[in-house]
Design a protein around this ligand. Structure first.
Ligand code: SAM
Length: 242
């Protein structure tokens, strides 16, 4: 049977799906705090920049896939888009619903969905966003095919994900920080080192920028572009359905 990566381990596909579910169930209530702690708040800048690239317009329908606790969706909704936040994990969505309520953001649709097998019809969204989600998906090619299917012609695909920085020197510092410090922070802040070890390992196993761009093209998207941030520590991949 074909195996898939769960961090540095190779496991059967169902086991990856189950264990990723466990990771996000464990960290859901501390997820947002940990993002601030791990990135020194930088994830907020990356997300704001990502949404500025999406250029959400009032009234358009956007699917924020693997939307978790809502960070991207809230920004899209602020621009007046009609946003569906979809995620496989109900505990992450529950935190998102609470946060939306606390901020007085209403009108979002929250849906429990697997990115690989969406329940939405063909061609019903103007844009599809996925932030820090795709590397957790078991069959990335299936998720990309589904993204393409649910987009209208002229629809746009945007993915924000960790990648591999090409800046010399910086990659060594980042490697040490992520492998040595992040799991400790995970234990201290979220009471869970293992989940954060997985999150770091999964970044290393994710395809590099050209490799992921090729996968997006293989799913049928045109004009695929990559925008590296911090030399590719994080990258925005985009494409069009034409
Ligand atoms: N997009 C949010 C953000 O940027 O803060 C959340 C990102 S969080 C790192 C990854 C999310 O991917 C989790 O909420 C997890 O439940 C979700 N996820 C993992 N596998 C998934 C799948 N197959 N389908 C949908 N969501 C998935």
């Amino acid at each position: 049977m074909d195996k898939v990566s769960f961090g540095y381990e190779d496991v059967p596909p169902e086991e990856k799906t189950r264990r990723v579910h466990g990771v996000f169930s464990n960290v859901a209530r501390r997820y947002d705090l940990m993002n601030d702690v791990m990135s020194g708040g930088m994830h907020r800048l990356w997300k704001a920049h990502f949404v500025s690239r999406v250029r959400p317009r009032a009234g358009e329908a956007i699917l924020d896939m693997a939307g978790g606790t809502g960070d991207i969706a809230f920004r899209l909704a602020r621009a007046g888009a009609r946003v569906t936040v979809a995620d496989i994990n109900p505990e992450m969505l529950a935190v998102g619903i609470d946060r939306a309520q606390a901020r007085g953001i209403d009108g979002l649709v929250w849906a429990e969905e697997n990115a690989e097998t969406l329940s939405f019809g063909d061609a019903c969204f103007d844009a599809y966003t996925i932030a820090f989600g795709i590397r957790n998906v078991t069959h990335i090619d299936q998720a990309l095919a589904e993204a393409h299917r649910v987009l209208k012609r002229g629809g746009r695909f945007f993915c924000l994900e960790f990648s591999t920085t090409t800046w010399p020197g910086f990659s060594e510092v980042y490697d040490r920080y992520s492998h040595d410090i992040v799991p400790r922070l995970g234990r201290l802040v979220a009471g869970d080192a293992g989940s954060y070890r997985y999150l770091i390992e999964s970044i290393r196993r994710f395809p590099d920028m050209p490799g992921f761009a090729r996968m997006i093209g293989d799913a049928g998207f045109a004009q695929v572009k990559v925008e590296p941030i911090l030399g590719g520590l994080v990258a925005i991949h985009s494409g069009w359905k034409i």
